[in-house]
Design a protein around this ligand. Structure first.
Ligand code: NDP
Length: 286
């Protein structure tokens, strides 16, 4: 009997790989009473995100993932936040605990770090440039700094959001240099050499869109690593550009799998079958 429900709250969610990935994981772990479902919460004509979050408790859900555009909105409706979710200021995983309390977590930052480590990369040894300053950027930058990264430059279309992140983390990570600026051809050209460039903007998500958050006249070095948090398409225009210069390229699939594995462990208390989750996500992507 299926009596342990979790799912994904967001808009839109119809293309999410998480149901396939999590349901395969439940099956692999012998958790046959668990099921992961889509929970689309439309933005128009009314936003009912508060009802959706409080409904988790009323409907006996074990928890949920939260995705665009609600990762920050849900904070107001939760009973408690993990230290990491508090520091990041966004929640991507909710756990309904034994007393019915709604507890907010963020597994995006650690999911990203685990994928970096899988690729043999140590945040302590990397000078990093982050393109974008939204929710995923905040989680990734927190993860990097928390794992000993000492140099992060944040470039964003809206400069004030990059400044806010730098300001937010400077007091907690005093040993690190955290710079912020507007994302433009000029600032990219002026930017110092870094080891790792991470795209956290949504530019590249649309397969028909030939844009990239980079200047095509700026070359990459073979020694550089370019990480795009987008995983569909597998090779964004940015990654294709980087590959031309033989830079190492990584897409966001590993991060997706690891953030999902961490959520699985928070809900079930069981170790996540990561290899099976990765295979399920890859198959679902085609
Ligand atoms: P947010 O909406 O919080 O942030 C979006 C960012 O993209 C902002 O920095 C925004 O800049 C920038 N941006 C959007 N459009 C443009 C544009 N045309 N030109 C320049 N900058 C632009 O989204 P998230 O951070 O939550 O998600 C970003 C991406 O990361 C999405 O593609 C999402 O799918 C992916 N993601 C992947 C995960 C994974 O596990 N692999 C996990 C989480 C997210 P501005 O501030 O100026 O608006």
């Amino acid at each position: 009997m299926v009596d342990k429900l979790v799912g994904i709250i967001g808009w839109p969610v119809s293309h999410s790989l998480s149901p396939t990935m999590q349901n395969r994981a439940f099956h692999e772990a012998g958790l046959d009473s668990w099921r992961y479902v889509l929970m689309p919460v439309a933005k128009y004509p009314y936003i009912r995100i508060k009802e959706a979050v409080l409904g988790l408790r009323a409907l006996g859900f074990q928890g949920a993932n939260v995705t665009i555009p609600y990762k920050e909105t849900v904070l107001s409706y939760l009973d408690r936040l993990s230290d990491m979710a508090k520091a990041i200021g966004a929640v991507n995983t909710i756990v309904v605990d034994g007393e019915g309390h709604l507890v907010g977590h963020n597994t995006d930052g650690l999911g990203f770090i685990r994928d970096l480590l899988d690729h043999g990369l140590d945040p302590k040894e990397l000078q990093v440039m982050v393109l974008g300053a939204g929710g995923s950027a905040r989680a990734i930058i927190y993860g990097l700094l928390d794992h000993g990264c000492l140099s992060v430059a944040i470039l964003n279309r809206t400069k004030s959001k990059a400044d806010d992140i730098a300001h937010r983390f400077r007091s907690s990570f005093k040993q690190a240099t955290i710079a912020s600026d507007i994302l433009s051809k000029e600032t990219l050209r002026r930017a110092p050499h870094v080891d790792l460039i991470i795209n956290t903007t949504s530019i590249g998500l649309n397969k028909n869109d030939q844009q990239m958050p980079w200047d095509e006249n700026i070359h990459f070095l073979e020694s550089q690593i370019v990480y795009d948090v987008i995983y569909n398409p597998k090779m964004t225009i940015l990654l294709e550009h980087a590959a031309k210069y033989r830079a190492k390229t990584i897409n966001g699939l590993g991060m997706l799998v690891h953030q999902g594995a961490l959520a699985f462990e928070l809900w079930t208390g069981h170790k996540a079958p990561i290899a099976v989750m990765k295979q399920a996500a890859e198959q679902a992507l085609g």
